[in-house]
Design a protein around this ligand. Structure first.
Ligand SMILES: *Cc1c(COP(=O)(O)O)cnc(C)c1O
Length: 383
């Protein structure tokens, strides 16, 4: 691979994400665990899932964890478990991944989009109450990019207004707010193990955590055709099971998660050291009382398109999370107030750019990204 890295047709110099590096280092360990599962002959909802559920609940500071087939399913079943049904409104944000609102629709409910804070990209808890109507049933904050939203304020609001609180923790596994893990503030926390996530699997998977026994029981029924332990269907359910192979992989990855996150934070510190004060860049910073898992490292600049193009030409992969807010997408436009209704969300969509972020990035690669970004703003040429 050429150091010049002119983009077109060549392998990138710095990849946005790369599972192969994780696997190269973990191969022996992973294969031993998967071999154990295959040799056991138990393939679905068996001892590996139970073991992983217990470990995951403990890691979240919750009493119960229920493994499901995806993060989207974790959200849908969480909403259904807390009583959200057709015609209800669920207040969330438009600055999130599509599945947040898709899950609300799958539960039969209507998404209502609240504004976010410019500095954190997260829901503006002080303004969310404006969006509550007599039809509101649930609040669904999103812990975006690896940082916890203001769930302490939202939990108090939900209690005061008699609403449920479900947390979308898909991007922030392990993040804390005032020392407490996300997913433990609301009735249910929903997690995703999609491969790129902080705790990434080798395919789809998800988890719903709760400290309320009756909700855990309901989630277990809903994920398995609505059946109780004796195989009697008690309500409308779905098939949303976690596989034993997936659970075995995830359980071994969970053991090393703290190290992976520590490495993500080192990468973030490298970017912060190299990029603060450069051009009009605004760098991400954990809000007060928050830890940051750096699922992604998202900067802001008015020159986003130019920077993105230049980095692509120089072999640095980037992503835009997210270019179009949900209230402006055809699937959800009828639930929002149209262009201009969420000015902060809409402004962020035009300015955000996510730099390469994964635990296996080398110091050299971080330096390449820093040099290329600096060169763009100073008009110079890196390396
Ligand atoms: C990834 C993600 C989900 C959905 O998870 P899947 O496992 O892909 O279904 C939900 N919400 C957010 C914010 C996500 O990033």
């Amino acid at each position: 691979m050429s150091g010049a890295g002119d983009g077109a047709g060549r392998a990138p110099r710095v990849r946005y994400w790369d599972f192969r590096r994780y696997y190269a280092a973990a191969r022996e360990r992973v294969l031993a665990r998967l071999d154990g599962v295959l040799a056991s002959g138990r393939l679905v909802l068996g001892p590996e899932v139970e073991r992983f559920e217990r470990a995951f609940a403990a890691a979240c500071g919750a009493a119960h964890a229920v493994g499901v087939a995806s993060g989207t399913d974790a959200l849908v079943l969480a909403l259904r478990a807390v009583g959200v049904s057709a015609g209800d409104e669920v207040v969330t944000v438009a600055n999130t991944a599509v599945p947040t609102a898709a899950a609300i629709r799958l539960a039969g409910a209507t998404p209502v989009f609240a504004e976010v804070e410019e500095s954190t990209f997260l829901v503006d808890a002080s303004r969310l109450e404006e969006r509550i109507t007599p039809r509101t049933r649930c609040l669904l904050p999103v812990h975006l990019f690896g940082q916890g939203a203001d769930v302490a304020t939202l939990g108090a609001l939900a209690r005061r207004r008699g609403l449920a609180l479900v947390e979308d923790c898909a991007q922030a596994c392990g993040a804390t707010v005032d020392g407490r893990r996300v997913g433990s503030f609301g009735e249910v926390g929903a997690f995703s193990f999609y491969p790129t996530k902080v705790l990434g699997g080798v395919g789809d998977g998800g988890m719903a955590v709760t400290s309320r026994g009756e909700l855990a029981g309901r989630l277990r029924r809903l994920r398995f055709y609505g059946m109780g332990p004796e195989g009697i269907a008690e309500e409308d359910g779905v098939n949303s099971r976690l596989d034993e192979l997936q659970a075995a992989f995830l359980a071994q990855r969970l053991e090393g998660l703290a190290d992976e996150v520590a490495r993500r934070r080192e990468v973030a510190a490298g970017y912060a050291a190299g990029l603060s004060g450069v051009g009009d860049l605004v760098l991400p910073e954990p809000g007060p009382g928050r830890s940051h898992q750096y699922y992604v490292y998202t900067v802001r600049t008015a020159r986003r398109e130019g920077l993105r193009r230049r980095l692509a030409e120089r072999g640095v992969e980037t992503k835009v999370n997210y270019p179009v807010p949900l209230h402006l997408m055809p699937a959800f436009a009828r639930f929002g107030g149209g262009p201009g209704s969420l000015p902060v969300t809409e402004r962020l969509a035009g300015e955000v750019l996510s730099l390469p972020m994964h635990p296996e990035l080398t110091g050299e690669e971080v330096a390449i990204v820093v040099d290329e970004v600096r060169a763009f703003f100073t008009g110079g040429r890196a390396g």
